[in-house]
Design a protein around this ligand. Structure first.
Ligand code: EPU
Length: 425
């Protein structure tokens, strides 16, 4: 049943938040289990909707999945399975496309529905397909599905640069496929996101021979087969960044346990420019204001730049920061649907092309809002926490896709957030 959040703003958040395992590292890791005949034990798996959807997809193919302990999954893909990712699941979660590489490399055949349009802009998969074709896959598109077949993948040099930079899940797909290709593969302009490095660590633990040559180049020496692996997913840098913004917006103080600060350097530098005082502890980060907030220009770009997945949250922060701030998104230039909802709270935002100009207002005021996508939902919750009065956020299944127990974590640090079913009064 559809649910909504009721947010009473105005309270500073104070306390400790434990950062969960990364969603975007978990999803390709789960897909990689298809290529591991010996099975994969994953720890640090976050409890969120996209993980449940990936579980459903892999199970529908014939993978056995158990949860030995809290936050763990054991995935075992049999020697023969049904290599189909249907539209019903792919349309719910684009990361389903990560099964292409592992299916093709181990089972030599994959059929995956084309993901189609999306709320954060145009998201083609041409680079994934070009890379797999370069490895020798025969690719065709019919009835809205990609079919990929091969008798043997052969190592080669692949350049994954697209008009907006490298592709994250595309790199994951090519990495897994090349692991079992014959000979040597070089991926140039590979995505450098930590989630890709997490996947390479997992694959190497299963017997792959992947090494980083620097400057976005990955080298892979193909092996005949992979074995099994035990892997712990890294903490979620986007969840950590989201709570860091929450601390600043509400003028509170949050201790972010397990925050992966090394994976957020540019973002944290920007927060300091905006007026954050950051205190690094051995395995935690304390975030609070260090005086009044100051305007800034945030440019979302591929890693190690400021993540596009934190752009909406920054917009909520800039909406309450005196002076004029700007946001440019070089990764998803149309990812600004949250601007219209923030304007409903009283924000002063103008979007032109891939840039938003935000003039801070002294106070936002609560209103009914509609969540449009995952990160936009988080931004709207944060804005609601900073606004006066009550904000109601509808369509929060978007939020549940990518944040583990977001409202519970907020309540634990003083956020006045209630989850209600759409049918309740
Ligand atoms: N692109 C192409 N061709 C392709 C693939 C991508 O032109 O074949 C373009 C895209 O249109 C975009 C840019 O390249 O302009 C980067 O897209 P990318 O492929 O890297 O995105 P993705 O792999 O589909 C992942 C994350 C997203 C995150 C982006 C960018 C997962 C499961 N998803 O998506 O996360 O925004 O990388 O960092 O890892 C989220 O968690 O909310 C989310 C959307």
């Amino acid at each position: 049943m559809s649910e909504r959040l009721e947010i009473h703003g105005g309270q500073p958040l104070d306390g400790t938040v434990t950062i969960s395992g990364s969603k975007n590292a978990t999803l390709p890791a789960m897909a990689a289990a298809l290529a591991l005949p010996g099975g994969l034990l994953l720890s640090g798996v976050p409890d969120l909707l996209d993980v449940h959807t990936m579980r459903q997809l892999l199970t529908s193919m014939g993978t056995t999945i158990t949860a030995p302990h809290n936050g763990q999954l054991f995935l075992q893909a049999p020697d023969t399975l049904n290599p189909n990712a249907p539209w019903e699941l792919v349309s719910r979660m684009r990361a389903s496309v990560c099964v292409l590489g592992p299916l093709l490399s181990r089972f030599r055949h994959a059929r995956v529905a084309l993901p189609g349009g999306c709320n954060i802009g145009h998201r083609p998969i041409d680079l994934h397909l070009r890379g797999l074709a370069a490895l020798g896959a025969d690719i065709s598109i019919s009835e809205g599905c990609v079919s990929a077949r091969c008798s043997q993948l052969i190592g080669t040099t692949i350049d994954l640069a697209g008009p907006a930079g490298p592709t994250v899940t595309g790199t994951c797909n090519i990495l897994i496929a090349a692991t079992l290709a014959k000979g040597h593969t070089v991926i140039r302009n590979a995505a450098r996101e930590p989630e890709v490095q997490d996947l390479a660590t997992l694959l190497n633990a299963a017997g792959a021979r992947i090494s980083y040559a620097g400057h976005g180049t990955i080298e892979i020496h193909g092996v005949d087969s992979l074995g099994s692996a035990t892997h712990t997913v890294s903490p979620d840098r986007i969840e950590a960044g989201t709570f860091a913004v929450a601390a600043l917006l509400t003028n509170g103080r949050l201790t972010l346990q397990h925050a992966p600060t090394h994976a957020l350097t540019d973002f944290l530098e920007l927060l300091q420019q905006v007026g954050a005082r950051l205190t690094l502890l051995p395995n935690a980060l304390i975030v609070q204001r260090d005086g009044p907030l100051r305007p800034a220009h945030a440019i979302a770009q591929p890693y190690p730049g400021i993540p596009t997945d934190l752009q909406a949250q920054l917009m909520a922060l800039f909406a309450c920061t005196p002076g004029e701030s700007r946001i440019t998104d070089l990764v998803f230039p149309e990812r600004f649907r949250h601007a219209a909802e923030l304007i409903r709270l009283g924000a002063d935002i103008h979007v032109v092309g891939n840039q938003a100009r935000i003039r801070g207002v002294s106070r936002l005021s609560g209103a009914p809002l509609t969540a449009t996508d995952l990160r936009a939902s988080a931004a709207l919750v944060l804005a609601g926490l900073a606004a006066s009065g009550t904000t109601i956020l509808h369509r929060i299944h978007h939020l549940d896709r990518g944040y583990q127990h977001f409202d519970e974590k907020l309540r634990a640090v003083g956020g006045q957030v209630r989850r209600l079913s759409e049918s309740s009064g």
